[in-house]
Design a protein around this ligand. Sequence first.
Ligand SMILES: *Cc1c(COP(=O)(O)O)cnc(C)c1O
Length: 466
Amino acid sequence: MTKNPFRGLPSVDELLRLANEADEQVLATSGHAAAVATARDVLEAERLRLAGGSAGLAPASLAEELVGRLAVLSAPSLRRVINATGVILQTNLGRAPLSEAAIKAMSAVARGYSNLEYDIETGARGSRHEHVRELLRRATGAEDGIVVNNNAAALFMVLQVFAQSREVIVSRGEAVEIGGGFRIPDVLRQSGAILVEVGTTNRTYARDYASALGENTAAILKVHSSNFRIVGFTASPVLSELRTVATQGEVLLFDDLGSGALLPTEQFGMAHEPMVQESLAAGADLALFSGDKLLGGPQAGIIVGRGDLVARLRSHPLARALRVDKLTIAGLNATLAAYVRGHATDEIPVWKMIAASSDGLGERAASYASADPAGTVGEARSMVGGGSIPEEGVATPVARFAVEHPTALARTLRGQDPPVIARIESEQVVVDPRTVDSTDDVYVVAALRSAIRYTNNVDLENRRDV
Ligand SMILES: *Cc1c(COP(=O)(O)O)cnc(C)c1O
């Protein structure tokens, strides 16, 4: 008879005792129930290995495995990272960092109760929408405004409320995918609106919209071509021309701005990003934009424009389904207040990054480059991202590291705590100071130093995954 291969397995209690010896802390923070369940998983995996004919691990190694798994389990999944990519509005990295004022307002409201839907003066029920109306009007010049979950929700809601079972005219060049599978034609279909595409991919004229007007037309929708640009032989009517067509056809005019700047980007050496104020002045009935792109606030979808239309949105059942929470309202208000006071470029991180001086960035890039002899300072372009200002970006001094294995270095930087996310350009690791908070500079230099030392020392040739 062969020897029972499972005989050497420790019991759950024994494994927990060994793990506790190895790392008392991790066991305590995980809690008993999670530790027991994970110990069972570790033992089960070991049983499968043994059943497959593999040699068994020593109990101490199993305890180590348990400690490792518990550490992963008790670490928060959503963590802070340092964005050294130079992409200011990086959707994958959480888009806009918030201003100190926004963080303070959100934390004050998070900690206790608030007058979210309560009229303090009368003691009667109030409306959460009231908290943002006035600031939205003052910041954009609109008659009225409402905030929903995000801009995708804003577009969906506007189309469903005003164009369900009716036609919406969109330029063929604008019926696009914006990113993350968000496609304008799909949103239209989901909302119940009927898409009528006009023009060609590269050229659409006002007369194309005019000839598509019919009995069942509800609206003309203009969509800011976000993450791409059709260059060369192109044409698209400006919003004011579409205003004329919409007025003639007695249909509504919606403008999905995407990012929706409230300040002129060209003042900072970048291409002009369509502004919310311009959209309204050119005659959009409703303008739609995100809260966490160039506005620099929390995730939200903002709809501003004609008072009668916004009132209909506010009283629609979808307003409840798509509503924002108290934290968003608090953060958005603090963000909008900075614009109203004229302090956006010194208070809102996105605008501070856009407006950062080349001299200051150059000094910071030099401090990064000094982490290793492989580092030099060079010129590159930071990108705004988030579907604003395609491809142009803004000139920025960066630190470049010409190392033998740039992908290995980038990965090791991501393995730091907190992770440092860099980009690779022409086989070099590029560390862009524009998107790094300057209070993190000392840490970035230390992380670079240790990551470069580590990647230099590892026997890279023997590693499959490099
Ligand atoms: C980003 C974007 C959206 C989606 O906005 P979210 O706030 O991410 O939902 C919609 N339309 C345009 C033109 C965009 O650029």
